[in-house]
Ligand binder design. Sequence first.
Ligand code: 4NP
Length: 147
Amino acid sequence: MFVCLGNICRSPMAEAVFRHMVKREGLDDKIFASSCGTANYHTGKSPHSGTMAILNSHGISHDGIKASTLERRHLQEYDGIVAMDEENLSDIIRLKNKNSTAWVKLLSDFSDGNWVSVPDPWYTGDFEQTYELVTEACEGLLQNITG
Ligand code: 4NP
């Protein structure tokens, strides 16, 4: 489960990019990916036009992706939760209780690059940067899962 703040820019991009890679590897019957936000401002909405444009330009589907909000049950239902930035990470950790079984990590934990948080294109306008960081780290995440 990929998590950002609004679930319209970064985490839906990570969901779409990761699903595309999973499909490429023929693992789409084994690995399920989704995304949500720690805030509910945009629940039910499609991804940001900047996210959709960059996915379209790379031939990556965002069909059916709609914003939703992180709930405590997700920490039991998913194997792992992947935070886009450090604020998301602390918000996720705050939701944990004794029933939470999922691992919780930053997306950058799966990257070889020298960065910690995915800068928020809602503020920076730089969806290309988001795409580059997300793509490199999602390859690392997939390698980590598949060994
Ligand atoms: P995201 O970006 O967390 O990458 O989806 C944002 C989207 C919306 C807002 C903030 C960040 N907002 O304040 O509405």
